[in-house]
Write a protein that binds this ligand. Structure first.
Ligand code: FMN
Length: 305
């Protein structure tokens, strides 16, 4: 019983061993000031999203105090961000508009910005399904690869696709590193397989762990959000005909051996990856030498419970 009570008030974030009190949320003005710019931006995205959602759920009036608190907190965050450097002007405009039109959000924001749904196109599912089914994990790379510039431009498109993924509470916590130089790839040798090191392009995906757990009370979502983003980047890359392989690179793999930990530390240092970034995956990209055989999947019925 005491144990349960303790568990309820103490939130333990396993990745970084931070113990924080649940009662810390809603975040106080003092605590907001202590937060990094990235954390503030994430809170702004999260809180304004929640305010907007209250219209769809028709609960803004009923829970007026709760949402007024969110508005106040978001305004404070906006104020703090005024004196901070960042490159997310679009987010500031979006949030400012929501807060400005707070009293009449449905009429002045949602009705003005929404669009009509698309015509139903049942046939489109078949095309998308074919794209999804034709994706294979590629591990053998062709000798003639696209130029570094072409690969980097593709990497940027893939990152763009990832950032449009659905994500819990609109936190948008994913972070990326694009790697084409051999020196950096070699740092991964103790942890990853040969086919990964040999890939022409690698994209590292990590998540800003600071905006989950204690700040957001949503730590499982860190991995779920990452998965959604990675899948979008994989599909966009695959749609061009490039070969892709999703490579596991999360903390369970890194912490499984001292050699892995050391290699990750060296890689993270070389790439300036902060310790609050939870590593998730390395997506390998390049022109495939061939598309490997299909690892058979049973009929969908076999997966139904
Ligand atoms: C979360 C995740 C981690 C993976 N990690 C690796 C990896 O570290 N090395 C590797 O060669 N393949 C990795 N893969 C690829 C899987 O082995 C592959 O998706 C699976 O065998 C099915 O084959 P297919 O992708 O061609 O359909 C990973 C896939 C996922 C989704």
């Amino acid at each position: 019983m005491i144990r349960n009570k303790l568990r309820r008030i103490v939130e333990y974030t396993p990745l970084y061993g931070r113990i924080l009190l649940k009662t810390e949320y809603p975040i106080t003005e003092y605590r907001l000031q202590q937060l990094s710019t990235d954390e503030l931006l994430s809170i702004l995205k999260h809180e304004c999203h929640r305010i907007e959602k209250s219209i769809y759920n028709e609960i803004k009036e009923e829970k007026s105090e709760y949402y007024a608190e969110k508005k106040k907190r978001s305004e404070k965050v906006l104020e703090l961000l005024e004196s901070r450097e960042h490159n997310q002007k679009e987010v500031i405009s979006w949030a400012t508009e929501i807060l400005k039109k707070y009293d009449n959000l449905d009429e002045e924001f949602i009705k003005k910005k929404r669009r009509e749904p698309d015509q139903l196109d049942w046939g489109a599912a078949e095309d998308t399904l074919q794209l999804v089914k034709s994706r294979r994990s590629v591990r053998v790379w062709a000798d003639d690869q696209p130029s570094k510039e072409a690969l980097e431009s593709m990497a940027n498109k893939m990152v763009e696709a990832a950032t449009w993924a659905p994500n819990s509470g609109n936190r948008q916590a994913w972070r990326f590193k694009i790697i084409t130089d051999d020196e950096t790839k070699q740092l991964l040798r103790p942890i990853k397989e040969e086919h990964t090191i040999k890939a022409p392009l690698l994209v590292f995906i990590g998540m800003d762990s600071r905006v989950y757990g204690a700040l957001g009370r949503n730590e499982r979502s860190l991995y779920i959000d990452a998965g959604a983003a990675i899948m979008q980047m994989v599909l966009v890359g695959h749609s061009t005909g490039l070969g892709i392989c999703w490579n596991h690179f999360a903390d369970d793999l890194i912490n499984s051996r001292d050699a892995n930990k050391e290699a990750y530390d060296e890689f993270a240092q070389a790439m300036s990856i902060a310790d609050y970034i939870a590593p998730i995956a390395i997506v390998a990209v390049g022109k495939a030498e061939y598309i490997p055989p299909i690892p058979s999947r049973p009929d969908t019925e076999a997966f139904k419970m």
